[in-house]
Write a protein of this length. Structure first.
Ligand SMILES: [Zn+2]
Length: 310
């Protein structure tokens, strides 16, 4: 009897450990911002209504790291001002892939410098490219040399699609147009650059039909589910996600949080996927990790290491 009880105790503690061990997650869409980057500091989280708890750049970085460790986010593509991206990457080199953020056409990155940053691995993704906010189509000739460089060096490209916050053209970005968020506009880019490793950011929401059309004709295209997994009504997100899954795209959807200055959105974004009860466990693992690992071409050894952490 005593042996049975001991065995039972042993088994339940093993089960508890198994429950506690979180499987690894890759976040394909994060930002390294300074605390006042969103304009005024203390700007409230649009979902919780609460301002960022971080009072300094360092606090914002540390609070984001804390959430990443809590949810076992083993890798994240992060973009923002390059000095901030590099600071984060220096703190946790293996955890971050640096992205180059295009938010103003007046300060486009120097092409030769960018080439060096890609070659040395300081940066690993071209994106987030937000043509929509400056009133341009992603297929505008302005971006052509950058896309050619990414194709030449085999660097993944993340392009913002979908919508922006209510009133965007009246506030930050007078040239912003809903029209330029349509993923159908990626077609000319894909035709001109057939080897480009492109992913549609924000899952193309709300353009379900156009996203399905692009992803079915161009099987190399992936999509992240960032922001829509926490900022839009949950039912709307789940309906949209269900549409993408029904179209057979479950091997090309990737998790993203779009963490900006509110580290708590990482948990909200994860819950957006976890609470989708129409997804199988395998589909959830694909979205949280496997699809991004394939898209980023993470090697077997690193994949093993990710599953041994924690
Ligand atoms: Zn975006």
């Amino acid at each position: 009897m005593k042996i049975i009880l001991t065995l039972f105790a042993l088994l339940s503690s093993v089960l508890l450990i198994a429950q506690d061990a979180k499987l690894p997650i890759i976040d394909m869409h994060m930002h390294s911002y300074s605390v006042g980057y969103m304009g005024e500091s203390n700007i409230p989280n649009p979902v919780t209504g609460r301002p960022s708890g971080a009072a300094s750049d360092k606090e914002l970085m540390q609070a984001t790291f804390f959430e990443m460790h809590r949810y076992n986010i083993v890798k994240a593509v992060t973009s923002g001002p390059l000095d901030v991206v590099y600071r984060w990457k220096t703190e946790e080199p293996k955890r971050f892939i640096g992205g180059v953020y295009f938010d103003e056409v007046t300060s486009l990155p120097d092409l030769e410098q960018l080439r060096q940053q890609f070659i040395t691995g300081r940066l690993g993704v071209l994106g987030e490219l937000v043509a929509q906010h400056v009133g341009l189509s992603p297929s505008d000739s302005l971006f052509e040399p950058y896309l050619s460089l990414a194709e030449e060096l085999d660097i993944p490209v993340g392009i913002h699609t979908g919508l922006g916050p209510a009133g965007t053209p009246y506030t930050c970005c007078p040239k912003f147009r809903v029209t330029y968020g349509n993923p159908i506009l990626l077609e000319e880019v894909l035709v001109s650059h057939p080897k480009l490793r492109l992913y549609i950011m924000h899952g193309g929401w709300p353009y379900l039909e156009e996203t399905k059309a692009i992803m079915s004709v161009y099987p190399q295209v992936y999509a992240d589910l960032a922001t829509i997994n926490w900022i839009i009504p949950r039912e709307e997100f789940h309906e949209y996600l269900r549409g993408l899954i029904r179209a057979g795209l479950d091997k090309r959807l990737m998790f993203g949080s779009d963490q900006m200055v509110w580290p708590e959105v990482i948990g909200l974004a994860i819950d957006g996927i976890e609470s989708a009860d129409f997804l199988t466990e395998e589909q959830k693992r694909d979205i949280f990790y496997n699809n991004a690992a394939r898209f980023l071409r993470i090697n077997d050894e690193e994949i093993r290491n990710h599953h041994q952490q924690k």
